[in-house]
Design a protein around this ligand. Structure first.
Ligand SMILES: [Ca+2]
Length: 322
């Protein structure tokens, strides 16, 4: 065997090795369809004893992870159909194996499944949550979609956490209440310049006829408001400081039981120095003002609950954040 032939063998082996390596590395190159999860409530706040329908929605983002493209590639906002989605409650363990639901941002808490099931043709799965005995509590929930279907499957996503406010009284007190009833966007964002956007819905509910209803709320100090779309009335910036913007939502008169919604979209960078599992609030507290005596006097509601995300610096999806 002369040197030339040895070299030829080596080359052939070399290319063969490269080819085998390429084949073997195929499954490692994940290029799953990326998804986004949202959570919504049928009502918020609610009176103790009310059954609340909590709905998780999982949609495609129209993008996929690194690696070669494949078809069919689902389009933006196509529903993820037939995948398992979990509805999770934020809980603390008060004694061994005894867990209670707590508000978004509570220290030493974990999201645990309260129900799960397959998404329907609209990418949705719902569960009914009984609020009996929970008067006076605020409990945070989120939607979580575990990854599915191997390398061409659907990737993990979590919604932001949203507080469900459960009032103790058995009948509504005349006036307005304000709460977040929906949130979408990445609930476990990586740090960086493009961590958002996120959208949350502020809902004002009237008990009894009200006049001159307005609601106002601050931004979070780190992700600015990029859009504010009300289904009733109009929104304007009331006060702008360097880090915070107060929005004033003028709703007008409301009839008893009427509901008005404002969808707020925020976006902003998360510093690379943000620690894993850091809780960031998407909204500042919102409150409503209203008159029950045709404008002679005005009253202010309690503040809304909050919407949170958990920073995922190491990319593990934050399954075990303290
Ligand atoms: Ca993490």
């Amino acid at each position: 065997m002369n040197a030339f032939i040895v070299m030829k063998h080596a080359l052939r082996l070399g290319w063969g090795f490269v080819f085998l390596f390429f084949l073997a590395s195929g499954p490692v190159l994940a290029h799953k369809n990326e998804t986004k999860s949202a959570i919504s409530y049928s009502a918020n706040p609610v009176t103790e004893g009310t059954d609340v329908t909590i709905t998780a929605t999982v949609l495609y983002t129209g993008t996929f992870g690194s690696g070669p493209t494949h078809s069919p590639l689902p389009a933006l906002n196509d529903p993820v159909v037939g995948d398992t989605v979990q509805i999770q409650q934020l809980q603390v363990e008060i004694e061994e194996n005894v867990f209670v639901g707590v508000a978004c941002g509570t220290p030493d808490s974990d999201f645990n499944d309260i129900d799960s099931g397959p998404t329907n043709g609209s990418g949705q799965f719902s569960t009914v949550f009984d609020t009996s005995g929970l008067g006076g509590k605020t409990i945070c929930f989120r939607a979580h979609h575990p990854d599915s279907g191997g390398q061409h499957g659907n990737d993990t996503s979590s919604s932001p956490g949203v507080d469900l406010v459960i009032n103790a009284q058995t009948e509504c007190t005349p006036g307005a209440t304000v709460a977040a009833t929906l949130a979408s966007g990445d609930g476990t964002p990586a740090p960086g310049p493009n961590s958002g956007p996120w959208t949350y819905r502020i809902t004002v509910t009237a008990c009894g006829g009200l006049t001159g209803v307005t609601a106002q709320g601050g931004s979070n100090g780190w992700a600015g408001v990029t859009d504010a779309s009300p289904d009733t009335g109009s929104v304007a910036v009331r006060k702008q400081t360097k880090k915070n913007t107060i929005h004033l939502w003028t709703i007008g008169d409301m009839t008893g039981g009427q509901v008005a919604n404002l969808d707020v979209t925020v976006d902003g960078p998360i510093p690379n120095s943000a620690p894993d599992c850091q809780i960031r609030f998407l909204n500042g507290p919102w409150s409503a003002t209203y008159s029950t005596d045709d404008g002679a006097t005005f009253q202010k509601s309690e503040y809304s609950g909050r919407v949170t995300v958990s920073v995922d610096t190491d990319g593990d999806g934050n399954p075990n954040c303290p």
